[in-house]
Design a protein around this ligand. Sequence first.
Ligand SMILES: Nc1ncnc2c1ncn2[C@@H]1O[C@H](COP(=O)(O)OP(=O)(O)OP(=O)(O)O)[C@@H](O)[C@H]1O
Ligand SMILES: [Mg+2]
Length: 245
Amino acid sequence: MMALETEKLSLRINNRIIFDDVNLSLPRGAFASLLGRNGAGKSQLLRCLKGLRRPTSGKILVDGVETTEKERIRKIALVFQSAEMQIVSESVERDIAFGPVNLGLDKAEVEKRVEDAMSLMDLKEKAKERPGTLSGGELRKTAIAGVLAMKPDVIMLDEPFANLDYPSTLTVIKALVDLHEKGFTLLVVTHEAEKFLAHTDTLLVMKEGKLVENGPSGELYEKLPSYDIYLPRHVRFGELSWLNA
Ligand SMILES: Nc1ncnc2c1ncn2[C@@H]1O[C@H](COP(=O)(O)OP(=O)(O)OP(=O)(O)O)[C@@H](O)[C@H]1O
Ligand SMILES: [Mg+2]
């Protein structure tokens, strides 16, 4: 079963083609990485998948069913690169509760979801802390926890390792691996594939608005240099991870 699919998805802005004829398929439970050079159209594709922007043409299906923007806002989560800037509440737990409260859930359900999300992201000790006192890695984990509390079908992350130091990067990679093991479907946009590609099963590549690859990462990773995407030399697929360093 495909968690997320697109059919002939295209986006034009002011008559400019941003992406065109994108047919992607992401199986349920996939851990996928979406790569491509600056301006390839990755972030705009995520915005359309999430339901923040209406594509010019084409379909977006979740679990095989065509969806509206409104449905996808609920079902599909997007963690922005600057997600930590959007953390505004006075404590970690309140920030994670913000989404579930807005869904209109009752207090007990909100508390349960916040507890579950905090334990998944290993944030329980930080529950009462003010976001201003957290490190970049902890803030990003808080942003991811806030998204988890919404119980999304698919979690998309745009540049989750950007600006993180080595230990914080490891923390976020570990969290992603953990979410994958728990069965979440993950789609990660990054320029730092060598940090975690070994843990992924699916690789997508965009080039100049076209989806040019969508398949098993263990086979496709060798093609990355031909798309001008960095890959350390003489490294086996299983070594493409900072967790194994
Ligand atoms: N509002 C807009 N109006 C016109 N063009 C836009 C708009 N937003 C984005 N674009 C263009 O769409 C193209 C794709 O942008 P997008 O942000 O999706 O790239 P990206 O693959 O995420 O790149 P990066 O790796 O640099 O983040 C870019 O050339 C950009 O200039
Ligand atoms: Mg981008």
